[in-house]
Design a protein around this ligand. Structure first.
Ligand code: ADP
Ligand code: MG
Length: 371
């Protein structure tokens, strides 16, 4: 008998802390209530894994001995998981894999990590049941690294660990304060009501395609490494908060200033969220957006317009979320004005000549698990 294993992994939303992961700083994501389900029917006799996704036409067949370069397109995310698991010394059995998801693709909500984490959990669950994996122990950190390896070295997308840790460690009504130097993940209760005022987390998808995102990401990463090297430090995490002042190049100075000030804002935002200090949280988010716009230069006119419009309609704070050059905006919106913002913001942004965005209220949801 080969019973089917179902594993779920959510998309994620980063509340604050952008481009800080590879600088060994801090970020504050939540897991979303949308996610990806991988249904795995193992067949120990099979030499390959046949994968279909409801989101993509056709199927992909992946040899268990796959290596980077074999499989391209969306199948590379799954093949990368098989390869990274086996490279880490874990056993993988062949069979059939069916993928279903309600995470929007390419919106900055990390459909890629949701896919990787769901696939990895399903493949690992079978190894545990077959007695060839240790099981029981919490190896979510190890799985996050394996997922990252799949994305970095098989797919070829140079991303940090933020997405995978958020998908694996998420909890309802909880944000995750991640320290990328120690990789400690601290639960922060999400308190969005205080003194009779309450607010809602809102994601506004700009619907603008990412442009130049890969090259620009690499350039920002390079600038941060250069800043750390000029300061004689292994990473910007070791730099004092005002270290950017001593850098000579004006652009490098601004890149470093974004990272150093963003780390401080993450800590302020985490404390504010825990205490229900919504104004403080909102100010940190606004300052984060200004820093991404002016110092790190990763926003777009359309994204800036959405942020300004949301603020004008009463949001306590709003900022771009994700790697930049498109994607989504996260806002903290007083629940009293939520209906107005949902109804009016899309048409106001569209009337200004940008794609019509979508608005959705979100709450922190459960992390990845076998169902
Ligand atoms: P994001 O992670 O922000 O949504 P990425 O470009 O990192 O955007 O990842 C999106 C890619 O991940 C898609 O183009 C596709 O190749 C793959 N992907 C994500 N979810 C699925 C799915 N449910 N089925 C097939 N491929 C998927
Ligand atoms: Mg992604």
């Amino acid at each position: 008998m080969n019973p089917t294993i179902r594993a779920y992994a959510p998309g994620r939303l980063n509340l604050i802390g952008e481009h800080t992961d590879y600088n060994l700083g801090y970020a504050l994501p939540i897991a979303l209530q949308v996610g990806t389900v991988a249904e795995y029917t193992p067949d120990p006799a099979a030499r390959d894994l046949t994968v279909v996704s409801d989101s993509e036409p056709g199927g992909v067949t992946i040899g268990l001995d796959t290596a980077p370069g074999d499989v391209g397109g969306w199948g590379a995310y799954v093949a990368g998981c098989v390869w990274a698991l086996r490279t880490a010394g874990r056993e993988v059995a062949g069979g059939r894999l069916h993928i279903g998801s309600d995470v929007p693709v390419g919106s900055g909500l990390s459909s890629s990590a949701a896919l990787e984490c769901a696939v990895l959990l399903a493949l690992r669950a079978r190894a545990e049941r077959a007695g060839s994996a240790p099981g029981g122990g919490d190896d979510r950190h190890a799985l996050a690294r394996i997922a990252q390896r799949a994305e970095n070295d098989y797919v070829g997308a140079p991303t940090g660990l933020l997405d995978q840790l958020a998908s694996l460690y998420g909890r309802p009504d909880t944000a995750l304060l991640i320290d990328f130097r120690s990789l400690a993940v601290t639960n922060v209760p999400v308190r969005l009501a205080r003194d009779g005022a309450d607010a809602t987390l809102v994601v506004i998808d700009s619907k603008a395609p990412h442009r130049h995102a890969v090259g620009e990401y690499a350039a920002r990463r390079g600038a941060c490494e250069e800043a750390a090297a000029r300061l004689g430090l292994p990473s910007l995490r070791e730099a004092p908060a005002d270290a950017w002042r001593s850098l000579r190049d004006e652009v490098i100075q601004r890149r470093a200033r974004h990272v150093l000030t963003e780390n401080e804002r993450v800590l302020v935002a985490a404390e504010a969220l825990r205490n229900g200090e919504l104004e403080v949280l909102g100010r940190a988010m606004d300052a984060s957006h200004a820093s991404m716009r002016d110092d790190f230069e990763i926003t777009t006119p359309g994204i800036d317009h959405i942020v300004d419009t949301a603020r004008g309609m009463g949001a306590l704070g709003a900022r771009m979320t994700g790697g930049g050059f498109g994607g989504s905006v996260v806002a903290v919106v007083p629940t009293a004005v939520l209906g107005h913002l949902e109804a009016r913001l899309p048409e106001v942004v569209e009337a200004a000549g940008f794609p019509r965005p979508t608005v959705r209220a979100v709450r922190p949801g459960a992390g990845a698990h076998v169902v």
